[in-house]
Write a protein that binds this ligand. Structure first.
Ligand code: C5P
Length: 230
């Protein structure tokens, strides 16, 4: 049976991929299925946590028992809900694939096909919610014990997935970062995941290829340890 080590802890998890509207019927999206975020929510609830799951678009997934689900669409909506829900949380885990850009113009009516060449899509930068959580906490505007990010990285000739992860942990300023190895059919739209769990305290734990629920257990083990040390 699972440990009951998150009893009374309040956790906020974001999951899925945001969709940025071009017009009432079209959007820019991504391939996130939400499976990792849902697995995190399910395991945390089993271990006694009070779980709020903020879900953007996902595959057809079962809402885990006892989890409070809040559905969102765009990155801006995700931002509003996550920032509001995170105040006072013991852990905030950003597993959502948040669109980095959104179309500058969202047409009120469906864009029509004409004989002319289509207009180019102009993009604007979206807020980095993870970075904003960290900044708000530093500024004393948000109380959250642990802020955890996810990163999907590919290794290349000069830098490994682990190197990219270490750099991103430092850049984002979060307390922990799960780095997933992606590419070659890994991580997205599949059941399994692998990578590293990095802590700002220097801990580096390898996560072998396995079910997303296994990665979730490894993460909650580490979160539980960090919370009991505080
Ligand atoms: O920089 P990158 O997009 O790889 O970082 C991924 C992490 O940052 C994830 O935890 C994701 O949820 C978060 N993120 C965010 N807001 C964005 C982009 C990413 O919170 N606009």
């Amino acid at each position: 049976s699972l440990p009951w080590d998150l009893d009374g802890k309040r956790v906020v998890i974001s999951a899925g991929g945001t969709r940025e509207s071009l017009d009432p019927v079209r959007y820019l999206g991504n391939r996130s299925s939400g499976r990792q975020g849902y697995a995190l929510a399910r395991i945390a609830a089993h271990r006694g946590a009070d779980v709020t799951l903020v879900a953007a678009h996902t595959a057809d997934l079962v809402t885990p028992a006892g989890v409070r689900l809040i559905k969102v669409g765009t990155a801006e909506e995700l931002r509003t809900v996550v920032l509001a829900e995170s105040d006072g949380a013991d852990a905030v885990v950003m597993a959502a694939a948040v669109a980095d850009f959104r179309p500058v113009n969202q047409a009120e009516h469906k864009i029509k096909k004409t004989d002319r060449d289509p207009e180019p899509v102009v993009l604007a930068r979206n807020p980095d919610i993870l970075a904003e959580l960290v900044e708000s906490r530093s500024a004393g505007k948000l109380a959250a014990s642990l802020i955890v990010g996810f990163a999907a990285e590919t290794g290349d000739a000069t830098s490994s997935v682990l190197d990219h992860g270490r750099a991103k942990l430092a850049r984002k300023g979060c307390d922990m970062l799960v780095v997933n190895a992606v590419g070659d059919g890994m991580a997205f739209e599949v059941e399994d995941n692998s990578g590293w769990l990095l802590g700002d305290d220097g801990t580096e734990e390898r996560i072998d290829l396995g079910a997303k629920s296994l990665l979730a257990s490894t993460l909650w083990d580490a979160v539980g340890r960090r919370l009991s040390d505080q």
